[in-house]
Ligand binder design. Structure first.
Ligand SMILES: C[S@@+](CC[C@H](N)C(=O)[O-])C[C@H]1O[C@@H](n2cnc3c(N)ncnc32)[C@H](O)[C@@H]1O
Length: 277
């Protein structure tokens, strides 16, 4: 529960929200992209490594060796200063959309792309080392420049996310539950993400379990308290397969106020498939 008095002095969060903060009450302009990147991704953590291995194997098992059509497209929703979800889709996509809301994160991504990812040598090479244990990734000899060629950065709001051309593969990491205190908005973000995926599209969604919110530099950001059951209920009738794995907090927690991470690996229902109910 957020202390409403604290909200008055913390720039990220609107005052008087009574703990269950809505996404549009948060000042996302106070999201410190550099600090978030430094704290979360400068050194590859055991939990991210475990997640990355699951996502790599999930995408490779469904997509590697398949005759994918030209123009195969991926989307990462709420990218922030995190490139590893995009990297996990790179071998399979001609184009990967990084869809982000906060101005500081858009600037961070644009600067990085313009300068061909200076953060590659400080952070992302460690993540690529995990990915290239699979042949699909190992075949890319210069991932840094391939990333610069294939990604497009778009500013937008997940609650208004729509497309006329559905994406063939998608990721959304630590977003649906980590941008709002409202359970209805958590569900809406999950729905909007699934809505833009094509029939049969593989996807990966990472979430913080039982999160009480988080600080980035001096700003506090809200979270919805979710568990595996809440996540699982979002997929009802929409997917042909889903597996939700729990990642333990481990010896070196990222921060206080969560009980682990969840990674949901699935595939959208195809015309031919039976939905899981
Ligand atoms: C906890 S961060 C996760 C960032 C990154 N995906 C990661 O894995 O570390 C939440 C992200 O969601 C973005 N966000 C906040 N509100 C959003 C909205 N309405 N639509 C899309 N993204 C939003 C934030 O700017 C931030 O980048």
């Amino acid at each position: 529960m957020v202390d409403p008095q604290m909200c008055d002095i913390i720039p990220g969060m609107a005052p008087g929200s009574g703990g269950k903060v809505h996404n549009d009450e948060v000042d996302w302009g106070h999201f410190d992209a550099d600090e978030y990147y430094r704290h979360n991704y400068l050194k590859l953590r055991a939990d991210d490594e475990e997640i990355l291995g699951f996502v790599r194997d999930h995408f490779a098992s469904l997509l590697d060796g398949r005759d994918l059509p030209a123009g195969y497209r991926g989307i990462d929703v709420g990218t922030g200063p995190n490139l590893y979800p995009a990297l996990s889709m790179l071998p399979f996509c001609d184009n990967v959309t990084l869809f982000e809301h906060a101005e500081p994160n858009i600037s961070w991504l644009q600067d990085q792309k313009r300068n061909t990812w200076p953060s590659w040598s400080t952070a992302w090479h460690q993540f690529w080392d995990v990915l290239r244990a699979q042949q699909a990734y190992a075949r890319i000899t210069d991932p840094r420049s391939v990333l610069a060629k294939r990604v497009e950065i778009h500013q937008g709001n997940v609650y208004e996310l729509k497309t006329l051309a559905p994406f063939n593969v998608g990721t959304m990491f630590f977003v649906a539950e980590s941008i709002t205190g409202q359970e209805s908005e958590f569900r809406s973000a999950m729905d909007h993400f699934l809505d833009v995926l094509a029939p049969g599209a593989p996807f990966a969604i990472a979430l913080m379990e039982h999160s009480t919110g988080y600080h980035v530099a001096d700003s506090h950001f809200p979270a919805t308290d979710i568990d595996e059951g809440a996540v699982s209920s979002c997929f009802r009738n929409r997917v042909s397969s889903i597996s939700i794995k729990h990642i333990d907090v481990g010896a070196r927690p990222l921060r206080d106020g969560y009980t682990g991470m969840l990674i949901a690996l699935g595939q959208m229902r195809d015309g031919e498939d039976r939905a899981l109910t």
